[in-house]
Write a protein that binds this ligand. Structure first.
Ligand code: NAD
Ligand code: UDP
Length: 346
């Protein structure tokens, strides 16, 4: 059985779907601070399978112990955490508590129960502003905000843990820019308030919910001057976690791998691709650079292919098509009135 922390969230829900599809048994632990149980009900309906869902916090040691006692957990996929860069600058302690204390508490309890296989959500943000692209895993790391620092700290803690006890099997997955939605249009990204990220913002402009997109700068040293990123379809990303779980089956130690496509795309390219996918015009204005942004960031994905036997398959057309399907089928995200069964620790 796989414990998925933060399994109701954007990436977690897509990963739960793929896990169920591959016949894994899944128990989700989520406090729903940034998600709704609806996503998990939809996953169950899509797959025609069941998960155990527990409402609770990954920092709650007593609850974790109950979970590990009640279920035969073989491995943990750890998504639970906070992810808004700007908010992390305003509220650093909340970020360190959730992301670092949560990750430490989880592994302490895992060790108590002899469960030592773990897949952790890290981020390309640990590379800061890279000296060159594509980015390899051995590039220098350095962060500029508490969110990024919390990810880097957890990476370091987990590496130290595996040195102290080499029977740990840990995959540190550095995600590039996850976008898109499941091809059914039934699960996707449901940001609170005004989206910070490009794709959900574009999707809301296409649907008429927002007037125009602000493009944060067109004076970067990139082919068209706008920021370049490595957008990766969330389904490809989810499959990367299954590949990591497989790879950890016969290897002690720590795997640190980029999960990206290796392709960089500019903001203007994404706008065109979304217009083509949706048939809608995306009005935009060029605005000043966003503080803290970098010009270009994309992965060298070779190590993931080598160590995990995984590579991303879907391109920006599929990403935009599926993001648009999700947006048009769920203009307000996961609507509140949907009936959800109350979840509790069983
Ligand atoms: P998300 O906010 O949609 O999902 C996170 C889930 O964790 C949510 O369901 C939330 O309710 C839950 N959660 C948060 N704190 C918790 C806690 N203390 N206890 C229990 N549950 C808790 O985010 P996501 O986009 O799915 O990201 C998943 C992970 O991947 C995060 O750790 C994030 O930092 C990391 N990541 C995300 C991106 C991205 O662009 N989306 C990029 C790199 C890394
Ligand atoms: N971006 C933009 N307008 C927006 C949101 C993002 O021009 O409203 C740009 C941003 O400057 C960056 C790219 O789109 O070049 C991706 O931004 P996002 O916030 O999605 O990801 P990150 O910057 O964290 O990689």
């Amino acid at each position: 059985m796989i414990l998925v922390t933060g399994g109701a969230g954007y990436i977690g829900s897509h990963t739960c779907l793929e896990l169920l599809q591959q016949r894994y048994s899944v128990v989700v632990l989520d406090n729903f601070c940034n998600s709704k149980p609806t996503s998990l009900h939809r996953v169950e309906n899509l797959v025609g399978g069941k998960m155990t869902v527990v409402r609770g916090d990954v920092r709650n040691r007593a609850l974790l112990r109950k979970l590990f006692t009640a279920y035969q957990i073989d491995a943990v996929v750890h998504f639970a955490g906070l992810k808004a860069v700007g908010e992390s600058v305003q509220q650093p302690l909340i970020y360190y508590d959730n992301n670092v204390v949560g990750s430490v508490t989880l592994t302490e309890v895992m060790a108590e129960y002899g469960v030592k296989t773990l897949v952790f959500s890290s981020s390309a943000t640990v590379y800061g502003d890279p000296a060159s692209v594509p980015i390899r895993e051995d590039f220098p790391v350095g962060t500029t905000n508490p969110y990024g620092s919390s990810k880097l700290m957890v990476e370091r803690i987990y590496r130290d843990l595996a040195v102290a006890d080499p029977t740990w099997r840990i995959a540190l997955l550095r995600y590039f820019n996850p976008v898109g939605a499941h091809q059914s249009g039934m699960i996707g990204e449901d940001p609170n308030g005004i989206p910070n990220n490009l794709m959900p913002f574009i999707a809301q402009v296409a649907s008429g919910r927002r007037e125009h997109l602000n493009i944060w700068g067109n004076d970067y040293s990139t082919p068209d001057g706008t920021g370049v990123r490595d957008y990766i379809h969330v389904t490809d990303l989810a499959l990367g976690h299954l590949a990591a779980l497989q790879a950890l089956q016969d290897k002690d130690g720590v795997l640190t791998v980029n999960l990206g496509t290796g392709q960089g795309h500019s903001v203007l390219e994404m706008v065109s691709a979304f217009e083509a996918a949706s048939g809608k015009k995306i009005p935009y204005r060029i605005a000043p650079r966003r503080p803290g942004d970098i010009g270009a960031c994309y992965a060298d994905p070779a190590l993931a292919a080598q160590l995990l036997g995984w590579r991303a398959e879907l391109g920006i057309d599929a990403m935009c098509r599926d993001a648009w399907r999700w947006q048009s089928m769920n203009p307000e995200g996961y609507f509140e009135t949907e009936r959800v069964q109350e979840l509790s620790f069983a």
